[in-house]
Each structure stands twice: as C-alpha cells, then as structure tokens.
Design a binder for this molecule. Sequence first.
Ligand code: GLP
Length: 252
Amino acid sequence: MKLIVVENKNEIGKVVGKMFVNAVQANPKIVLGFATGSSPETTYQYLIDDYQRNNTDWSNVVSFNLDEYIGLEPTHPQSYHYFMNDKLFNHINIKKENTHVPQGTGDYVVFVKQYDEMIKKAGGIDIQLLGVGTNGHVGFNEPPADFNSLTGVVDLVESTIKANARFFDSIDQVPKQAVSMGIKSILNAKKIILIADGHAKTQAIKQLIEGEISNEWPCTSLQMHNDVTVVVDKEAAAELLRTSGITLNENK
Ligand code: GLP
C-alpha cells in the first residue's frame, strides 16, 4: 500500500485529480469507479478545471459508481445520481450513457444482481476511487463486512446515518438502506485510490494502513489488494503518524 500525506483537502484534489487526468489521457477508454461524499469533491473540481483548461477528452470513458441510497429518486438532491451529475458529469464531456450509478428505486433488487456483470462486461474497473467512513466502511459496506460480498442491498448503521445527516434537513430523512458494490466488487478493481481528510477519519486510516485485517474495519480488506494508493491530509494521518513515530518532510 502506498501512502501519500498532503497538507489539506485541496491538495488531495490536486494529487488525485492529476492521477485521473493522466490515466484518462493515457487510455481514453478507461473504466473508472467513482465515489460520492464530501471527500472526492476537490478531486472532481480538479477534473472540471482541467477539462475547461486542457479539454481532456472524456467521451469514451466509462464509469461505475459505488453506491446509492434506497428510496431516493435520481432527481433527489441527496441522491448519488444527482451528486455525480452536479459535481462532475454535467461539467465534462463524459457521455451519460457511459456512466452507471446503482439504482436505488424501482427494480433495484433485480438491478443489484446485474451490476457486477455489467462491470465485468465493460472490462472491469481500471481505477476505483474510494472514500472511507469514520467506522472504516468503504462504499456502504458497514462493519462487520462480508469480504466476499458483491453488489447488494445493505443496511446502514446508526453512526453512518448520523454522519450523513448533515446533508439532509433532518436525520429522519436519511435512508436506512443503500445499494452498494460489495467488498469483493471493490477488490476486483485493478487499482484503488482511497482518499480521506479531517480528524474524524484518523482511526479509520490507522486501521487501514496498519490494523489487522478484520471485518470489523471493512477498509482493512484493501490490504489484500496489490495496488492501493492512500492519499490523506495531515489530520486524517495524525493518529497513524503519532503512533508510528514517522515525521513528515516539511521542506517541500
Ligand atoms: C458515505 C459513502 C462512502 C463515503 C463515506 C465517507 O456514506 N457511502 O462512499 O466514502 O461515507 O463520506 P465523506 O467523504 O462525506 O466523509
């Protein structure tokens, strides 16, 4: 696992944004896995800025998102469909028909069973972007997570509902279930980039890097993958750095 510690969330956006731009330029037909939440916002902003400046061509890129709330229509402002359109897809020339966000309404039970097959048919995910929950969840795979899980319907735990209530008018409006790619679906990606910022993530990052592999910390499943890059800010890395005694080189 490769760890990159940067100053702040803006720097995460620059570092990870550049990785994605380089990847798209090197392979215009790349298959990307996208995440939602506040963590990837600066990365998506970097991609939009790059598109406006350099016209990076997204017209043949294919994307698959990690998860979606059950019960929120794609037009709901807190749905992950809406988020992806608003924060990225509407601002670059990716074709909407090449983007896939799990379905959280209608026949979602039927849909979830087809999602991994759709990914496989597209050639598999070349680079999967991931955030992490304060409890170590990836996608919406809550602890204790099944490391063999494929895309399915999952229950959200109370701490996730509370953490995500900030995006809704009240906690009662936060859905209690979601559709999420499973841990196995995520580990099938050829390369994984996980990002996190802020103190709330510091335990999850410590576990991710040096915790024992345990389904109590779903993010530790990434230790079983051979190409994971973790890009975090100093606050998210604080606990890891404190206990490991590593000091950062500040003379950059
Ligand atoms: C959410 C999402 C995850 C996300 C994580 C962290 O609930 N399902 O995909 O990575 O929790 O969210 P944030 O980036 O807002 O801290």
